[in-house]
Design a protein around this ligand. Sequence first.
Ligand code: DX5
Ligand code: ZN
Length: 227
Amino acid sequence: MGIDKRILINPSILNANFDDLENEIDKVSSVSDLLHLDVMDNKFVPNFTFDFKRVTEIVNFSALLVDAHLMIEDPDNLAPKYAEIGCESVTFHYEAAKNTEQVISDIRSNGAKVGLAIKPNTPFSDVAGFMSDIDMLLIMTVEPGFGGQSFMSDQLPKISQARSHIRAHDGEPIALQVDGGISIETIGQAAAAGANCFVAGSAVYKDENPSSMITRLRQLAESNFKS
Ligand code: DX5
Ligand code: ZN
């Protein structure tokens, strides 16, 4: 299962129990598309999650393919290494890269799909020129760094703008991912604006039944998405 499905729900384990990740991932594996793994270095964002060794372990034991979201400095040198260890997709931040074109090509040549992420203050126009080279655009709907923040509805026009671009370039089947504050209350708006790939952290892991929450989120995404 890759990232080319019409609707994808990728749970984030940022707010799961880090001491029991195998079990936490098992709770969602049968109903999720990919596992969203937030890699933070305490430099690009003021928080630390997993080092490279731990990410390698997670990639190896996870029943789900991994959608790595790198919130790190120096993706130019580090992003290809995450592709090399078998992440299905590797997403890096446009704001952190020195040579975006080169990072895209280095991730791809190391065998992963390529995601490009932008923070809330970065306009779509900054990355429009890279759209034909990537597999996924991630529009952050919170400031990266922490789970459990509120969805920023002021990002909806940017999502619509990116979807219009994708529609206008029919030959580019790019996934449009949103990450931050996605819940039962917000997923419909994001889908209606044109997002088709949804990261959900606290909505899933704070629920007493994570897998049924994913199914509910998927139904809302399906019924609101307009391609
Ligand atoms: C934030 C991370 C998100 C986070 C989302 O920097 O990139 O993936 O886990 O968590 P929620 O869904 O709680 O906003
Ligand atoms: Zn993320």
